[in-house]
Design a protein around this ligand. Structure first.
Ligand SMILES: Nc1ncnc2c1ncn2[C@@H]1O[C@H](COP(=O)(O)OP(=O)(O)OP(=O)(O)O)[C@@H](O)[C@H]1O
Length: 256
């Protein structure tokens, strides 16, 4: 499997604040890669830097072998990167139908677009009854479905997903992640997923990175990370055995 996205030693600043430092990661075709980290770790900054909303101060990003570092967001979108932003960010005053169709505005084959539109409604049947309603009237979970559907409607080569679990109930989170996995498996869609909720992101992923205060501190295949004592304790909330549990007060992550 070839590498679709390569991020090399990227640093991005907000004024004088360095939000991500020396970040390198890669995404192979057809896989789901997750970047896990807590609030403020820099997850959104990574995605915005890849999609061109932010210009990196340093480093290089290549997509399908071509440098896209610092290009305008619309140029990057046209090369095949679709960004589903944090907090849903649907077009509040447009209808659900228009929101979804906005994703497909660059596509020429209207029959294929119509088929994909039906596909999205098949994944998220609840949206069918709101097609003519303004997106602002949808629940948070339904808006998340619209944001995911809109990103898919671009038929990108890479979907960037920013915290799809944010603010949703556990039941909705598992529904949405089941669909994310279906889009990956059934459509062969490559995805870079940033999440605070490692317990849903890691099982859905093939490979993961852990981001802390702007730096990647750990990386590995899903199963390796799932079995790592540090990941289990600090990200998945699974307590170690009782002897270790007794020593919890002095527990330290090994990457520190
Ligand atoms: N517009 C901004 N101006 C200044 N600093 C910012 C800005 N946006 C983010 N930051 C800072 O950059 C760092 C990384 O923020 P970022 O939003 O990428 O983190 P995150 O991991 O996505 O967090 P969250 O899960 O809370 O969204 C944080 O310290 C944050 O305070």
């Amino acid at each position: 499997m070839s590498e679709v996205l390569k991020v090399r030693n990227v640093e991005t600043m907000y004024g004088r604040v360095m939000a991500i430092r020396g970040v390198s990661l890669s995404v192979r075709e057809g896989t789901v890669v997750t970047v896990m980290g807590s609030n403020g770790a820099g997850k959104t900054t990574i995605l915005k830097t890849i999609s061109g909303a932010l210009d990196p101060f340093k480093g290089e990003i290549t997509f399908k072998g071509k440098a896209i570092t610092g290009l305008d967001p619309d140029v990057i979108a046209r090369t095949g990167v679709a960004h589903s932003p944090e907090g849903r960010e649907v077009f509040a005053l447009l209808s659900v139908k228009d929101n979804l169709m906005m994703g497909a505005y660059c596509r020429k084959d209207r029959d294929e677009v119509a088929r994909d539109f039906e596909k999205v409604l098949g994944w998220f049947p609840v949206l069918r009854e709101f097609l003519d309603k303004q997106a602002i009237y949808l629940s948070g979970g339904q808006q998340q479905m619209v944001a995911l559907g809109r990103a898919f409607m671009a038929r990108p080569s890479l979907m960037l997903l920013d915290e799809p679990s944010l603010g949703l109930s556990p039941r909705l989170i598992s529904e949405i992640f089941a669909i994310i996995k279906r889009i990956n498996v059934e459509e062969g869609m490559t995805m870079l997923l940033v999440e605070q909720n490692a317990s849903v992101a890691l099982p859905a992923a093939d490979f993961g990175y852990v981001l802390e205060t702007g730096r990647i501190v750990m990386e590995g295949e899903r199963d390796v990370l799932m079995n790592s004592a540090d990941i289990r304790e600090f990200y998945l909330g699974i307590k170690a055995d009782s002897a270790r549990g007794d020593r919890r007060w002095k527990a330290r992550k090994t990457w520190r």
